[in-house]
Write a protein that binds this ligand. Structure first.
Ligand code: UN1
Length: 480
């Protein structure tokens, strides 16, 4: 066993030594304490925001080269330490080591991408309707951002919110999710090692009170949140009440349509990846498999066979393909939804049993539910675990209607060899992202990310879109 880490808030460039009342357990083996967590409160948030506010003038006015170099160096450090950081991530969150290392590299790439973007902030020149008057638009940093990040991508999501915020000259306070502060602290430490001036990036570890204090703080100019839809709605309401900027990334109930003309092996692999890898704990996971009747039974049989062969186990075991749920509560949510689905008339084709492995952990058997109807709770509410359900349909039109018939609209996929249906789906799917012959989950780090309906709110994250949220436009008029 590895010694437990003692975590700290980071305020004004310093680790703050505090009491650490909470033990963060390893989901793969709950006998192991991965880290001891502090429990921050309003006082720490006040101090962190004050530090961020004080650091803003010099950071926002620094040469973009300064910001670019620091992000680039931090990206290099993350990638060089991918094994150690990926191991910590997997011990803390429960995803497999390959997934933990992959996520660490992704975070490093995000930092490097925004190192470049720091140098590419554009404005425009426009002719005025009044002769002799010129108009320029500039993008300027906004101020202090509060970033409220989830546990399922404990390094990539803090990186993809912090990197654009910092690249464009803002200062930041991060509140990492309850189960995964160790990985977030490691990221903050690396950014300081890379040369970040004090106060530019702060971290306050704690419960919902910390997030609420950020939402309510008069000196927090913008909030970026990823998490559940219910909490997100409260963040938006709090931000709107005091006219802070807000951006939310929330749940999904992402459909994957499989048409009769799909290549069966490919469809099965896409569903397996999208629904079950990363333990299904992705807002982009394909939780609804909408399958045309001609391929349905073959698809269910082949996917069930692949699921039965999946090795569920401790995150660091090299043979593990699916790690545990992050927490007991998440594990119980999966099992509860399996019960709800069967009580509503669904049938378990594979999985569904409680798993008892050698190490005590929060394991969930990857589960495929079949014969479910589109209006059942299992097809409308996010489970956030390795659980998927199939809905049998007769036609493409019926599939599309069901795909679009939920409150969420993050990612939507189709497996087909028909160009006509693929193109039609891209146009008519009510989702922020569409995937043709690809899993709904697993997105690139350099392009816009986000959804429609209750999945997202506010400006898009990532890629060329990130500048819209993390800068504001100034329009300047000049007469000669
Ligand atoms: C992915 O599918 O690779 O919380 C990214 C989430 C998303 C990120 C998904 N914001 O699951």
């Amino acid at each position: 066993m590895t010694d437990a880490l003692n975590l700290s808030h980071w305020i004004d460039g310093e680790r703050v030594d505090v009491a650490r009342p909470t033990d963060g357990l390893n989901p793969s083996d709950t006998r192991e304490v991965v880290a001891r967590h502090p429990d921050g409160d309003v006082a720490e948030v006040d101090a962190a925001v004050a530090a961020a506010k004080a650091a803003f003038p010099s950071w926002s006015e620094a040469s973009p080269e300064v910001r670019s170099d620091i992000l680039d160096r931090a990206g290099t450090l993350l990638m060089e330490r991918r094994e150690a950081l990926g191991t910590l991530l997997s011990r803390e969150e429960g995803k497999t080591l390959a997934e933990g290392i992959g996520e660490t590299v992704r975070a490093g790439r995000v930092l490097k991408y925004f190192a470049g973007e720091a140098l590419r902030v554009h404005g425009q020149n426009l002719a005025s309707v009044r002769p002799g008057v010129e108009i320029q638009t500039y993008r300027q940093a906004v101020g202090v951002f509060g970033l409220i990040t989830p546990w399922n991508f404990p390094i990539a999501i803090p990186a993809w919110k912090a990197a654009p915020a910092l690249a464009f000259g803002n200062t930041v306070v991060i509140k990492p999710a309850g189960p995964t502060p160790a990985t977030a602290e490691a990221l903050v430490a690396i950014l300081h090692e890379a040369g970040l001036p004090k106060g530019v990036l702060n971290l306050v570890i704690g419960r919902g009170r910390v997030g609420q204090a950020l939402v309510d703080h008069r000196d927090v100019d913008g909030l970026s949140f990823t998490g559940s839809q219910g909490v997100g709605a409260g963040v938006a309401a709090g931000a709107a009440a005091r006219q802070a900027r807000v951006q939310l990334e929330m749940g999904g109930k992402n459909p994957l349509i499989v048409l009769d003309d799909a290549d069966l092996d490919r469809a099965v692999q896409i569903a397996l990846d999208g629904s079950f890898f990363a333990t299904g704990q992705r807002c982009t996971a394909s939780s609804r498999l909408i399958v045309q009747e001609g391929i349905h039974d073959r698809f269910v049989a082949a996917l069930s066979e692949r699921l039965a062969a999946l090795k569920v186990g401790p995150a660091l075991d090299p043979s593990t393909q699916v790690g545990p749920a992050v927490s007991e509560a998440q594990m119980e949510t999966s099992y509860r939804y399996i019960d709800i689905a069967t009580s509503e008339g669904g049938r378990v084709a594979q999985g569904g049993e409680r798993l008892k492995l050698e190490t005590p952990g929060w394991y969930v058997q990857p589960t495929l539910l079949v014969d479910t109807a589109a209006d059942m709770r299992i097809n409308n509410e996010e489970v956030f675990g390795p659980v998927a359900s199939t809905v049998r349909v007769k036609t493409y039109e019926e599939a599309l209607e069901i795909a679009n018939g939920v409150e969420f609209g993050l990612s939507a996929g189709i497996v087909t060899s028909s160009l006509k249906h693929a193109r039609d789906f891209q146009r008519r799917a009510k989702a922020g992202m569409t995937m043709v012959n690809l899993p709904t989950a697993g997105v690139d780090y350099h392009v816009p990310f986000g959804g429609t309906k209750k999945s997202s709110y506010g400006a898009r994250e990532q890629g060329f879109a990130a500048v819209d949220f993390f800068t504001q436009i100034k329009t300047s008029y000049t007469a000669g």
